[in-house]
Design a protein around this ligand. Structure first.
Ligand code: IPE
Ligand code: MG
Length: 217
């Protein structure tokens, strides 16, 4: 969910205002995606690299995650089940404060009965660390067992990877899972991302035929 800072700067606002607007955009996108019958929506909320940002910005972003995980009424109304991927709280290097841990676990618990879309929030997440850890744990060391050792092995292969804010590169996000993903690049900053952009991204799945070599899922 990139481009919050630039969105704010263009408006002469502090970066934190961009993050606040970004959290609201996410709430909207979740609603729209659930209505489109999307099965899995995974968002990059906070990366293992983001901890080096100024403490006040990090604090603000953590607060927004507590807000996001606290939207239980809306999530339940939309039949959305909350899920999380990231560095496990009990592993060396984990930096997720207890308050955010509690918010994540509570949201998972309070939405576990929902049968619609699964909203996975990547928090304190880095894809290369996820893959390295999975490789350490995989026996035998082959594609199937590495897949089984991902933070959440239930996450299906990515159909569409969305990159916002004019960046034409991928990031340290779902690199293993996105091996066969279509990629939707948009100049739209995350706070402006809405139904129009979501539908454009989804159209990539409809338009692009599945590869017929069948080597990957
Ligand atoms: C994404 O927006 C939010 C997080 C990484 C938490 P940015 O803060 O990266 O916004 P830009 O890239 O500075 O515009
Ligand atoms: Mg950025």
């Amino acid at each position: 969910m990139d481009g919050n800072g630039r969105w704010a700067k263009r408006r002469g606002l502090p970066r934190t205002a961009g993050h606040t607007a970004g959290e609201e955009a996410l709430a909207d996108v979740v609603r729209t995606a659930a209505r489109r019958n999307i099965g899995w929506l995974t968002v990059f909320g906070f990366s293992t690299e983001n901890w080096v940002r100024p403490p006040s910005e990090v604090r603000h972003i953590l607060g927004l995650h507590r807000k996001l995980f606290g939207r239980i009424e809306e999530l339940n109304a939309n039949n959305v089940r909350v899920n999380w991927i990231g560095r496990p709280f009990d592993e060396p290097g984990s930096r997720t404060p207890k308050s955010v841990q509690r918010a994540i676990l509570q949201a998972i618990e309070d939405t576990k009965g929902n049968t619609g879309m699964v909203l996975t929030v990547a928090f304190d997440y880095g894809s290369r660390a996820e893959i390295a850890r999975a490789a350490r744990r995989a026996h035998p060391l082959d594609v199937d067992s590495v897949t089984t050792e991902m933070y959440d092995p239930a996450l299906p292969p990515v159909d569409v990877l969305v990159r916002t804010s004019g960046e034409s590169r991928v990031s340290n996000f779902l690199l293993w899972q996105a091996a066969n993903a279509r990629v939707y690049f948009t100049d739209c900053s995350w706070p402006d991302f809405g139904a129009t952009q979501l539908d454009e991204a989804l159209a990539l799945v409809a338009k692009t035929a599945q590869p017929d070599h069948g080597a990957t899922t």
